[in-house]
Design a protein around this ligand. Structure first.
Ligand SMILES: [Mg+2]
Ligand SMILES: [Zn+2]
Length: 210
């Protein structure tokens, strides 16, 4: 693997990477859900409220066509807070898959952290923790170093650092100026839409689409 664009050394392999076959490893897209693929409605529990972000289907289709597994990693602290149940979460997830499917886009797998430190104590899976990424890497034989991390918060991108991978911030109305500033300071890219992020990730010319 080449060093990253900031010239930082490649980090040592994580336990998950040591459990993958070098021959089978695939580049993937790790992507946030709320505020990145669907509009962030805060502790969304009603599937009818699922609203896809404008460029999301186009961007996800591009990843699908490029045969990059699309892996959603989502913090769902509303479950710890008692604002939604695991069943609510699964219903919303199914609706997200359906709405994207109607647009010809496909998510390969979803992972979520149901915890919140103030309610359930610290956990390894809440982003920027990497436990869910480690799980996905093993389950999908992912080459994390060449994968792309995309989201609307800095915490969606910080896991990329554990793998020496690339991150792209796609700001939403929820994104703070501090997150933008810190993402740039960390050497992550900034994209104005998910389509632009896909074009950057896939090294494609950007053609506006919906
Ligand atoms: Mg988000
Ligand atoms: Zn957790």
């Amino acid at each position: 693997m080449s060093p990253d664009k900031m010239g930082r050394p490649t980090p040592p392999e994580t336990p998950a990477l040591r459990r993958t076959s070098k021959a089978l490893r695939r580049r993937a897209v790790f992507i946030d859900r709320d505020g990145t693929i669907i509009v962030d409605k805060h502790y969304l529990k009603d599937p009818a409220q699922v609203e896809v972000v404008a460029h999301a289907p186009n961007a996800l289709r591009r990843f699908n066509y490029a045969l990059l597994p699309v892996i959603v990693v989502s913090n769902q602290s509303g479950i710890a807070r008692g604002l939604l149940s695991e069943a609510d979460y699964r219903a919303v997830r199914a609706r997200v898959d359906d709405v994207l499917g109607e647009r010809g886009a496909f998510i390969d797998d979803h992972y979520h952290c149901p915890h919140h430190p103030s309610v359930t104590g610290p956990c390894e899976c809440r982003k920027p923790g990497i436990a869910l990424y480690e799980q996905a890497i093993v389950e999908h034989q992912i080459d994390a170093r060449s994968s792309i991390f995309i989201g609307d918060k800095l915490r969606d991108l910080l896991p990329a650092k554990a793998y020496g991978a690339r991150g792209i911030l796609v700001p939403s109305p929820e994104t703070t100026p501090e997150d933008v500033e810190q993402a740039l300071a960390e050497g992550f890219d900034l994209a104005s839409s998910l389509s632009v992020a896909a074009a950057i990730a896939l090294d494609l010319p950007f053609a506006p689409e919906h």
